[in-house]
Design a protein around this ligand. Structure first.
Ligand SMILES: Nc1ncnc2c1ncn2[C@@H]1O[C@H](COP(=O)(O)OP(=O)(O)OP(=O)(O)O)[C@@H](O)[C@H]1O
Ligand SMILES: [Mg+2]
Length: 277
């Protein structure tokens, strides 16, 4: 067991006190946001960030006030996909960080913007990440929002646990899967992970539906686990292009099948949330 001298013990007590105070402030802030969800998947690259960004954008276009938190420090893809990765964060009169607003009604911040550069030793990154997430919830001027979406990094990292611990009143997890048969396995993994971090499953979204990967894996998984299926987003090369160019796909290609699919997902999501509240 570690032995602390008086000064160290005092410093630690002070840190715990500050952390508790921050948690209280966060709880108060989160009460001003109606619906809070984290986006998870069983494996990387299935389109969590694409879904987070386009879902958030679709909601914002409908007039909902949306906050989008990118909890992936390794690839700050949310700001990149929205073309705001170069934007410098500002602080308002109350000393709160002002989130970036790529379009009206959409407030965005990335964990990467709040962390020191990559040369931080690996063993420090865990605690630093938790602290950074806490800071982004506590010190960002999110204000009154209808939706708060947290885009998670791939895999079963600590970020989801941090978010779950800090936001006690989450609606739950949105799970993104691809359409193949093997996706059932990924869905199972994601559902188990959601359970581990105490999240209800708000719904499953199938992404990259089409000729290459097929169709139906998401709906099958939803049926098997008796959770809502929110819809399928088709494969569309313009999604890749828009992502690379930093333009929200659902705005650039508002009339495409995929943009309509995002609208459908939003409709289904609203129904599910209404039913559960
Ligand atoms: N429906 C789609 N049609 C075509 N391309 C897509 C679609 N959805 C996502 N993509 C592309 O697939 C790639 C991975 O998507 P994205 O970065 O959103 O996945 P992710 O799950 O967030 O990845 P990671 O696990 O690394 O965070 C990107 O190049 C993206 O443009
Ligand atoms: Mg991602």
């Amino acid at each position: 067991m570690a032995v602390y001298d008086k000064e160290q013990a005092k410093a630690m007590a002070e840190r715990i006190k500050q952390s508790k105070e921050a948690e209280k402030r966060i709880a108060e802030k989160m009460r001003k946001i109606k619906h809070k969800m984290m986006v998870l998947s069983g494996k990387g690259g299935v389109g969590k960030t694409t879904v987070s960004v386009n879902l958030a954008t679709t909601l914002a276009l409908k007039g909902y006030r949306v906050g989008l938190l990118d909890a992936d420090i390794h690839g700050p893809n949310v700001p990149k996909m929205l073309g705001v990765q170069e934007v410098k964060l500002m602080v308002n009169d109350e000393n709160m960080i002002v989130p970036v607003e790529p379009i009206p009604n959409l407030k965005v911040i990335s964990l990467q913007m709040a962390l020191p550069s990559d040369d931080v030793p690996v063993i420090w990154r865990g605690p630093l990440k938790h602290k950074a997430i806490q800071q982004l919830l506590d010190e960002v001027a999110w204000g009154d929002l209808d939706f708060f979406i947290v885009d998670m990094p791939p895999g079963t990292g600590d970020e989801a646990l941090s978010v779950a611990q800090l936001i006690k009143d989450m609606d739950g997890a949105l799970i993104v899967v691809t359409p193949q048969e093997v996706a059932l396995l990924d869905a199972t993994k994601a559902l188990n992970f959601a359970r581990q971090v105490n999240q209800k499953v708000v719904g499953i979204i199938e992404n990259m539906t089409g000729e290459i990967f097929g169709k139906g894996g998401g709906e099958k998984a939803a049926k098997k686990y008796n959770v809502p299926f929110l819809g399928s987003i088709p494969m569309d090369a313009n999604i890749v292009r828009c992502g690379d160019e930093g333009k929200p796909f659902v705005i650039e290609y508002a009339k495409s099948e995929a943009a309509k699919a995002f609208e459908e997902v939003v409709e289904n999501l609203l129904n599910v949330l209404e039913g559960s509240s």
